[in-house]
Design a protein around this ligand. Structure first.
Ligand code: NAD
Ligand code: UD1
Length: 338
């Protein structure tokens, strides 16, 4: 019989790619999302790839009656939980909202899972759970601690899931990642942030398509090979493959796993790679450091390789080519650069 999974918050960026990957691997997926940071358009993108739309229910995971109405229609084997409002800066100004949405939503979800005896879960955690003074490459046994409310919500949810796993009835894998980039090779789904992008790559590509004038490079005096910040950028399709591998390896345990490529690239490396792939010059200026930034952040993917048999396979060039294709598909009616 086909395995049915609930994907929470899955019309968003990573979730929509996960829906495609799980469906193509033979799972039936059921999607819920309150559309607070996404739109039903991503369902059209998913339909272009799969030729059908998976079952979708609009609602909030803090609403247990809504969750029960979905759980009572299906026999779920497990849940892939993309639980989160995710903007670090916003979380510092709206900590109550972040705690309510991310932790409150997760507690409601876990309670309803328990009610329906669904106790298998892969959770989208983040590298923000690692203490800022850890030296990269980060490994899963390094000390945890956060510097912002977004990170705190991820850490609290991890701890709650570890407590559930200690009951001996839950199977839990939190996946810790940080810098997913770009799009499905079809060009039908990808990252399309609302408003001004916070993250580097969406901003660089906005400049490349002429929507914005130049990239601000936040500091060139870090102790890195060219002075700019170094990160481990992972293709979103590699990332969702890791969710698939994690789901297959769920057992009665709790094991956090880093999902990274293990290779770091600087801001200037990424700008010149975008120029190479797109053939477009990307103007930039060096500005001051962003307050919460680290010089270097990347992680070891050894545990993912050993436990899940997973490792990233896509190159940065491939990711950027897919992102460029997706953006070309989206291009319509932009006004003058701002
Ligand atoms: P996204 O914002 O594109 O997707 C999240 C989705 O959750 C959105 O569609 C939003 O409408 C929905 N949502 C928010 N609150 C909800 C609620 N209470 N009920 C129902 N739906 C709700 O984000 P994403 O980049 O796809 O991230 C997915 C997950 O991965 C998040 O948990 C995020 O914290 C985590 N993560 C993301 C990154 C990243 O760089 N994108 C890095 C590490 C971890
Ligand atoms: C940020 C979040 C992290 C989140 C991740 C992906 C923080 C501290 N961390 O990580 O929680 O999971 O995004 O959503 O906010 N940069 C520029 N100019 C820009 C934008 C970024 O130079 O306009 C630089 C940054 O200084 C950094 C690198 O590019 O060195 C990557 O930045 P970004 O894409 O924002 O990701 P992170 O800061 O790694």
């Amino acid at each position: 019989m086909q395995t049915t999974l609930l994907l929470t918050w899955a019309t968003g960026y990573i979730g929509s790619h996960a829906v495609v990957a799980f469906e193509q691997a033979g799972y039936k997926t059921v999607i819920i999302d309150n559309l607070s940071n996404s739109s039903k358009d991503s369902l059209d993108g998913i339909e272009h790839i799969l030729w059908y739309k998976p079952d979708f229910f609009e609602g909030d995971i803090r609403d247990k009656d809504f969750l029960r109405s979905v759980f009572s229609r299906y026999t779920f084997d497990g849940v892939i939980h993309f639980a989160g409002l995710k903007a670090v800066g916003e979380s510092c100004t709206l900590p109550l909202h972040y705690h309510d949405n991310n932790i409150g939503g997760s507690i409601a979800l876990f309670q309803v899972m328990e009610e329906y005896s669904v106790r298998k879960i892969v959770f989208s955690s983040s590298a923000t759970v690692y203490r800022a003074d850890n030296i990269s490459p980060l490994t899963e046994d390094m000390p945890l601690g956060t510097t912002n409310p977004y990170g705190t919500t991820k850490l609290v949810i991890e701890e709650l899931l570890e407590d559930l796993a200690r009951l001996g009835t839950w199977s839990v894998i939190p996946l810790r990642y940080f810098n997913p980039i770009w799009a499905h090779p079809s060009g039908h789904i990808g990252e399309l942030p609302n408003g001004i992008p916070n993250n580097l790559l969406p901003y660089v590509l906005d400049v490349a398509i002429g929507k914005r004038k130049k990239v601000s490079v936040y500091g060139d005096d870090y102790p890195t090979h060219d002075g700019t910040g170094v990160r481990d950028y992972i293709d979103v399709c590699d990332l969702v493959d890791a969710h698939l591998a994690a789901y297959k390896h769920l057992a009665l345990w709790y094991t956090p796993i880093n999902i990274w490529t293990g290779k770091g690239s600087s801001v200037l490396d990424m700008i010149s790679l975008v120029e190479k792939v797109t053939g477009v010059t990307v103007p930039y200026e060096i500005t001051t450091r962003r307050p919460w930034d680290l010089a270097t952040c990347f992680a070891s993917a050894t545990r993912a390789r050993e436990l899940l048999g997973w490792q990233a396979t896509r190159t940065l060039e491939t990711s950027l080519e897919n992102g460029w294709k997706f953006l070309q598909n989206q291009l319509k009616g932009y006004s003058e650069p701002v």
